[in-house]
Design a protein around this ligand. Structure first.
Ligand SMILES: *[C@@H]1O[C@H](CO)[C@@H](O)[C@H](O)[C@H]1NC(C)=O
Ligand SMILES: *[C@@H]1O[C@H](CO)[C@@H](O)[C@H](O)[C@H]1NC(C)=O
Ligand SMILES: *[C@@H]1O[C@H](CO)[C@@H](O)[C@H](O)[C@H]1NC(C)=O
Ligand SMILES: *[C@@H]1O[C@H](CO)[C@@H](O)[C@H](O)[C@H]1NC(C)=O
Length: 171
């Protein structure tokens, strides 16, 4: 195939990659990772969250003993007082592995009901808009820090795969 076809291939690959760029930065955080046993008591989730930036599009992954805790989204007042009587969202699905999309730029408050909030099972995160240039991402994927925070780089792999596919097809 000629030069024009190759250029078309490059253009297709680049637009595919561009279409996927917003996904590349999304992080799935395992709640409490690196501080013991996931979503539990006797973990200070304020400390867990304080060195992280949560961006719109990220995810929280709660892993816990399904016979004990649950995952309830509440408002600030109920987070502070550990009141589980009127959850905004009950994220509990029953397997002890619940995924919560952080898809609105606002503070989120989570507690466990059944008394475990009083033992520390409470988490507040502030979700921000992602930083503008995805190319100059400050986080180095593959570094120990991002590994422990649970960064998922699959979309990036897909993007590279799509580029490679387009090259093979057009070259
Ligand atoms: C968790 O850590 C924060 C920040 O150091 C502190 O203000 C808070 O009192 C701690 N919470 C508990 C329940 O110990
Ligand atoms: C949270 O919900 C409770 C009960 O519905 C309400 O009394 C309280 O004012 C709410 N707090 C906020 C900050 O919205
Ligand atoms: C939350 O949903 C789960 C699964 O549907 C249910 O078993 C549980 O009773 C609910 N908890 C609350 C507090 O609503
Ligand atoms: C955020 O995700 C929830 C749960 O999947 C969904 O119900 C809601 O519509 C989404 N909100 C936006 C603004 O995308």
């Amino acid at each position: 195939m000629g030069r024009v076809a190759t250029l078309v291939g490059v253009a297709v690959a680049l637009s595919l990659a561009a279409a996927m760029l917003p996904e590349v930065g999304a992080v799935r955080y395992m709640v409490g990772a690196g501080m013991g046993n996931g979503w539990a008591t006797n973990v200070n989730y304020t400390i867990w969250a304080q060195d992280k930036h949560f961006y719109n599009g990220d995810w929280l992954f709660f892993v816990y003993d399904r016979n004990q805790l649950n995952v309830l989204e509440v408002n600030k007042t109920d987070y502070e007082s550990c009141n589980a009587d009127h959850p905004l969202v009950n994220w509990t699905r029953g397997a002890g592995r619940d995924v919560v999309p952080l898809n609105v730029t606002r503070p989120y408050y989570f507690i466990s009901g059944k008394g475990f909030c009083y033992g520390g099972a409470k988490l507040a995160v502030k979700v921000e808009n992602p930083p503008p240039p995805p190319v100059a991402s400050p986080e180095k994927s593959g570094s120990p820090a991002s590994f422990y925070s649970g960064r998922i780089v699959l979309p990036a792999v897909f993007a590279v795969g799509a580029m490679w596919d387009a090259f093979l097809r057009f070259c």
